[in-house]
Design a binder for this molecule. Structure first.
Ligand SMILES: Cc1cc2nc3c(=O)[nH]c(=O)nc-3n(C[C@H](O)[C@H](O)[C@H](O)COP(=O)(O)OP(=O)(O)OC[C@H]3O[C@@H](n4cnc5c(N)ncnc54)[C@H](O)[C@@H]3O)c2cc1C
Length: 492
């Protein structure tokens, strides 16, 4: 089947029933639910882009199995050109949602492409699992499916060592193996895009920290979201029923986050990719380099997000007439710096890409990892800059209805600036509000802080992968301490 259209995607959601709960009620149809439907439409618009004559060539490639044109984010990149083409495609998607839907389908597609290429890794102890991952990758590519994922086990308490207390009986684990498959029970967070996905992938964070003895918890599998026993519990929707004028982002790009309950869910054997093997589960991301590829997708999202914030900030300062003030320029300069840094790291990761042992062209790890680390602190700061630039204008946001009320003449007269009509000004600040202050905007900040694990873990990861020895050797040489052998540095 060739790349899907938006209509085919929406139809798929309607046809496959699943157990989704929002506000105390079961959602019968996510494509019509007021809190979810606009998010579904946004994902549908991504699929439609694959058929837009202007974009089609850049959004799709020829399937190696069927000859159909399929989504380019499924490509297994073998050359630098493949990587660049894939990034161009991901950037089109990211820009379509202004970077507000971090879990657009490309996020998972690049993971499964990397895993299928590394099938021998999955087959290491159970040859069938290698075949399973390859077959599954081909299946989602040829059906152009959307996946959500949940990696984190719910915990009742946190140990100082950061390890899980599995005896809490909350973590997802295997309770039974049958001829048909494995039966799993437990709860996981946080399935972003859960209600809008066809399938859910379940595996472990890239900084796997399981230890021996945790094997019933060591899993990698994928199942349809409608599998019996699987339940999605949504947070409140940030699509609060406002118009595009009042909530330009929340009314379009609600991707939703869910807790997932697995009540004795049967996972068929052909959908199991790892089972009980702590060593493999812990090292999947590093060995298959899937985390380089997801970071590449994240970098495209970051660029789109930077462009949204910078563009909005520039227009705000123009509309308010304060662009000439030094402190405004200092703040805008910071947004420009983050935007250019993000693009530069993405390009560097492509330019320094190398083939891995699976023959996959991988974005260079350091620069692509930096895009993820930098953004967890840069994005909150960018949002703060918007708040500082906007000040009380964030509060001068009458609704569209006010422009048609008896107060309209006063609004038109007093809210206009030298550079903008009252309507243009208010429309712009509704957008700024949705980035910097609304519940939708606050969730975006939280997303950037945490979506790729907590900042502490990420900092530790960066410390671990950074080639520290060359730096130290240079300083030793400067100090005349040349008699030292090259040394491996480790924490004290
Ligand atoms: C908006 C959003 C979307 C997300 N989407 C997804 C998704 O699609 N799929 C998915 O699998 N996950 C998703 N996540 C979850 C994400 O992976 C986790 O939030 C992240 O791994 C952190 O785990 P946690 O929330 O349990 O944090 P916690 O472990 O509760 O940590 C909270 C804070 O406490 C600190 N802390 C915790 N333990 C220790 C310790 N022992 N010592 C010192 N400090 C400690 C952490 O550094 C952190 O600052 C999402 C999260 C958010 C916020």
């Amino acid at each position: 089947m060739p790349a899907r259209t938006g209509q085919q995607y929406l139809q798929g959601l309607q046809e496959r029933e699943r157990d989704i709960w929002l506000g105390g009620e079961r959602v019968k149809d996510v494509t019509t639910h007021p809190g979810l439907r606009h998010g579904a439409e946004a994902i549908a618009s991504l699929y439609d882009l694959q058929h837009d004559p202007q974009y089609q060539a850049e959004m799709t490639y020829v399937s190696p199995t069927t000859g159909d044109r399929v989504g380019l984010s499924f490509i297994i990149p073998r050359t630098m050109d493949d990587l660049v083409r894939r990034r161009v495609m991901m950037l089109h998607w990211a820009r379509t949602t202004c970077g507000m839907m971090g879990r657009s389908p490309d996020f998972m597609n690049v993971s499964y492409a990397a895993w299928a290429a590394a099938a021998p890794f999955f087959a290491r102890n159970r040859p069938a699992f290698g075949e399973n991952i390859q077959r599954y990758y081909t299946y989602i590519r040829e059906h152009d499916l959307t996946l959500t994922h949940s990696l984190i086990n719910l915990q009742r308490s946190r140990s100082v060592a950061g390890t899980f207390n599995l005896a809490e009986d909350t973590a997802l684990r295997v309770v039974k193996e049958t001829d048909a498959g494995i039966v799993v029970r437990g709860a996981r967070v946080l399935a972003t895009l859960g209600p809008l996905a066809d399938e859910i992938g379940v595996y472990a964070p890239r900084m796997g920290r399981m230890t021996e003895g945790h094997s019933p918890y060591a899993l990698n599998f994928a199942i349809p979201c409608g599998t019996p026993g699987l339940k999605f519990l949504c947070r409140e929707s940030f699509d609060v029923g406002q118009t595009h004028f009042e909530h330009p982002l929340g009314s379009r790009f609600e991707e939703m986050d869910c807790v997932v309950f697995f009540n004795d869910v049967l996972v068929p054997w052909e959908r199991v990719f790892m089972l009980g093997d702590v060593g493999l589960v812990n090292t999947t991301a590093a060995t298959t380099h899937s985390s380089n590829h997801t970071a590449h997708q994240g970098a495209a999202k970051n660029v789109a997000k930077c462009e949204l914030v910078l563009g909005t900030a520039l227009l705000m300062s123009h509309v308010l007439g304060n662009a000439h003030l030094p402190h405004t320029q200092e703040r805008l300069g910071k947004l420009m710096m983050y935007t250019e840094l993000m693009k530069a790291c993405m390009r560097a990761a492509e330019a320094d890409a190398t083939l891995d042992e699976w023959g996959v062209m991988c974005p260079a790890q350091l620069p692509i990892e930096i895009t993820r680390n930098l953004f967890s602190t840069a994005y909150p700061e960018m949002v703060e800059i918007l708040q500082l630039l906007g000040s009380s204008s964030f509060m001068i946001r009458p609704s569209e209805a006010d422009f048609h009320s008896p107060l309209a003449p006063e609004i038109e007269q007093y809210l206009a600036t030298d550079a903008a009509t009252a309507h243009e000004r208010v429309q712009l600040f509704h957008l700024a509000w949705d980035i910097a202050c609304s519940s939708f905007g606050a969730r975006q900040v939280l997303y950037e802080r945490f979506f790729a694990s907590d900042p502490l873990t990420r900092a530790q990861f960066l410390y671990t992968i950074y080639p520290k020895e060359a730096m130290v050797a240079r300083i030793r040489s400067f100090l005349g301490q040349d008699d030292h052998e090259a040394e491996a540095l480790s924490p004290p």
